[in-house]
Design a protein around this ligand. Structure first.
Ligand code: RIB
Length: 306
């Protein structure tokens, strides 16, 4: 059985500051702690999927700087195939400056660096690997035309395409139509649909997701944070309630969800089971600081689910 998961996306060095509350424009506040963690939405999903037992290859780009080596070796340490993470010596590796307030919410500023120079042409040597995947995970932290190109290759080879439309930006209908699953959080759903609702309840999420189906998205999973996740589209609707945990850092919870969902599908588990597994993995991840350091093992998820 083909179980290969291929992630095409970003790698970032995350510079993380914990603080009591976010500053307002023009204000200086004093932070409590500072850490540097491996991150980037693509790398987080690759790391999490491998840590959960998936067979994972990552395609991406780093610079030729001090971050490049440890970003790759952290992925390799959990068994991710990193042979198709290449170097662009003309730019820095990607970085993200992340602030986390006392409630665990975050604010993130990204500098794309080598993620931003991963053009469709640079994907050419990885075309076969993408086409060999059972599941392809993509996000929006590399150029949109590259994401679209990956989605087309994956669609042609009948891989399951899971598109995480994060960070929030508009996406063309042609991209949505290549995805088997589009997985926005509440903010990303608002940006994708151009509608800014107040609170995103289940019924609001359902209504907004309909707009994405009309634009070609087969299935939508709205990641609703502490509420849970809503699946809509072909085959009907399902809601996975979030597990009650005390959040420490919500960074990369969405990445944990997508990775775990992909691992479960790759193993042949049902969509409903995959969502339960993903909900638990996401819940576990918010109880630990950092992006990749907060990704659970299979045993961690099993313990939380029981
Ligand atoms: O999804 C979380 C990630 O977003 C962080 O690791 C940071 O690098 C940003 O890309």
């Amino acid at each position: 059985m083909n179980t290969r998961i291929v992630v095409v996306g970003s790698l970032n060095a995350d510079f993380v500051i914990d603080l009591e509350r976010f500053p307002v424009p023009g204000e200086t506040v004093t932070g409590k702690t500072f850490h540097v963690f491996p991150g980037g939405k693509g790398a987080n999903q690759a790391y999490a999927a491998a840590r959960l037992g998936g067979r994972v290859s990552m395609i991406g780009q780093v610079g030729q700087d001090t971050h490049a080596g440890w970003l790759k070796s952290n992925l390799a340490s959990v068994g991710v195939d990193v042979t198709q993470i290449r170097h662009d010596p003309s730019v820095s590796s990607g970085v993200a400056c992340i602030s986390i307030d006392a409630s665990g919410q975050n604010q993130i500023i990204i500098v794309g660096g080598a993620n931003a120079t991963l053009t469709p042409e640079r994907l050419e040597p990885s075309r076969e690997l993408i086409a060999s995947a059972k599941i392809v995970l993509i996000q929006l932290e590399i150029p949109l035309e590259t994401v679209a190109s990956v989605a087309r290759i994956a669609k042609r080879s009948e891989a399951i395409v899971i598109l995480d439309p994060a960070p929030a930006k508009p996406a063309p209908d042609s991209l949505l139509a290549c995805a088997d699953y589009v997985t926005p959080n509440e903010t990303e759903l608002a940006v994708l649909t151009g509608v800014r609702p107040g609170k995103v309840t289940r019924s609001v999420a359902r209504d907004l997701a309909k707009g994405l189906h009309a634009r070609g998205a087969a299935k939508v999973i709205v990641k609703m944070g502490a509420q849970g996740a809503l699946l809509t589209g072909e085959g009907g609707e399902h809601f996975w309630p979030a597990l009650p945990v005390r959040p420490v850092d919500t960074t990369a919870a969405g990445d944990a969800f997508n990775a775990a969902f992909a691992v479960a599908l790759a193993e042949g588990r049902s969509e409903i089971e995959a969502g339960e597994f993903a909900t638990a993995a996401a819940a576990w991840s918010v109880t630990r600081p950092g992006a990749q350091p907060s990704m659970p093992t299979r045993d961690d998820v099993a313990a939380l689910m029981s």
